[in-house]
Design a protein around this ligand. Structure first.
Ligand code: BGC
Length: 246
C-alpha cells in the first residue's frame, strides 16, 4: 500500500512516497519553495515537478493550509487568494496526471499522529496544533479527527490568534523562545478552558525544537511533540489518498 503525500505550507510544498500501512516515508522529501504570490497554476506545476521527481503514477494525497470541503478549497489565509473556491483535486489531478484526494494540512498531520505517532491508541480527547506560517488546529476523540480553525480565533484586539503565535509571528517579531512560549501558553490555556483536552500534540516545523519552548507552556493536559515531526503532513495526506481513492 503506497501513495504519494504532498504537504503544502505557506513557505514550501513538500512530497514523498509513503507506506500507508506504517506512515513511513519511502524516500527523502522533495521540496520546492512557494509563498503567497504563488498562483494556483504555479503551485500545480510544482506538484507536477514533485510527482515527476519520484516518477509517480499512483494515488496522490494533498494537504492544503486552508478549509477543504471535498475537493474544493474554501479559505487560503496564507496563500494566493485565487485558491478560494478552486476545485483543487481537479487542478492538481490535471497537472500531475494522477488521482488526487484533498485534505486540510493540519487534519492530515493529526491523522498521521493518531495512527502512527504520539496519539496512537489514545481514545481520549486530543488537541492537535501545527505551528508554521499559520496555526492549524484539530480535535480528536475516540481516534476520530475533526479539523478546526482556532488559528483564526480572535485574539488580543481581535486579530487572528495565528498572527501572534505562529512561527511566522516569532520570526517577524524576532521573539525569544521564552516570549514566544509565553504567547503559546496564553493561547493554549484559552483552548484548554474551552475544550479540556487530555493530551496536546504539537506538530509543524517547530516541533523539532520543542525542548526550547515547551518549558514555557504549562498546560493542564499532557503536552508532547508530534512523533513524526514535520513528516506527519505528508504521511497523513498519503494515508488519506489510500483511504479515499480505493
Ligand atoms: C488555515 C488552516 C491551516 C493552518 C496551518 C491556517 O491559516 O486557516 O486551515 O490548517 O493555517 O497551515
Amino acid at each position: 500500500m503506497k501513495a504519494l503525500g504532498i504537504d503544502i505550507g505557506g513557505s514550501a510544498i513538500k512530497g514523498a512516497p509513503v507506506d500507508t500501512r506504517t506512515g513511513r516515508l519511502l524516500a527523502e522529501r522533495y521540496r520546492i519553495e512557494v509563498d503567497r504570490r504563488t498562483t494556483p497554476a504555479a503551485l500545480a506545476k510544482a506538484a507536477a515537478e514533485i510527482t515527476a521527481h519520484f516518477k509517480w503514477r499512483g494515488r496522490v494525497g494533498v494537504g492544503f493550509p486552508g478549509v477543504v470541503e471535498g475537493a474544493r478549497i474554501r479559505t487560503a489565509a496564507n496563500l494566493h487568494p485565487r485558491f478560494v473556491g478552486c476545485d483543487a483535486a481537479r487542478l492538481f489531478g490535471r497537472a500531475t496526471g494522477c488521482r488526487v484526494a484533498m485534505i486540510n494540512d493540519a487534519a492530515a498531520a493529526a491523522v498521521a499522529e493518531m495512527r502512527f505517532g504520539a496519539g496512537r491508541g489514545f481514545l481520549g480527547k486530543v488537541l492537535f496544533l501545527t505551528l508554521g506560517t499559520g496555526v492549524g488546529t484539530c480535535l480528536a476523540y475516540q481516534g476520530v479527527v475533526y479539523p478546526l480553525e482556532f488559528g483564526h480565533f480572535p485574539w488580543k484586539g481581535g486579530r487572528d490568534a495565528e498572527k501572534y503565535v505562529s512561527t511566522a509571528a516569532r520570526d517577524r517579531k524576532d521573539l525569544s523562545w521564552e516570549e514566544w512560549g509565553d504567547r503559546l501558553h496564553d493561547f493554549i490555556a484559552e483552548l484548554e478552558r474551552l475544550m479540556w483536552p487530555e493530551l496536546i500534540i504539537i506538530g509543524g516545523g517547530a516541533s523539532s525544537k520543542h525542548e526550547k519552548f515547551f518549558r514555557h507552556i504549562r498546560p493542564r493536559a499532557r503536552l508532547v511533540p508530534a512523533r513524526l515531526l514535520n513528516r506527519a503532513g505528508i504521511a497523513g495526506a498519503a494515508w488519506w489518498a489510500a483511504e479515499t481513492l480505493g
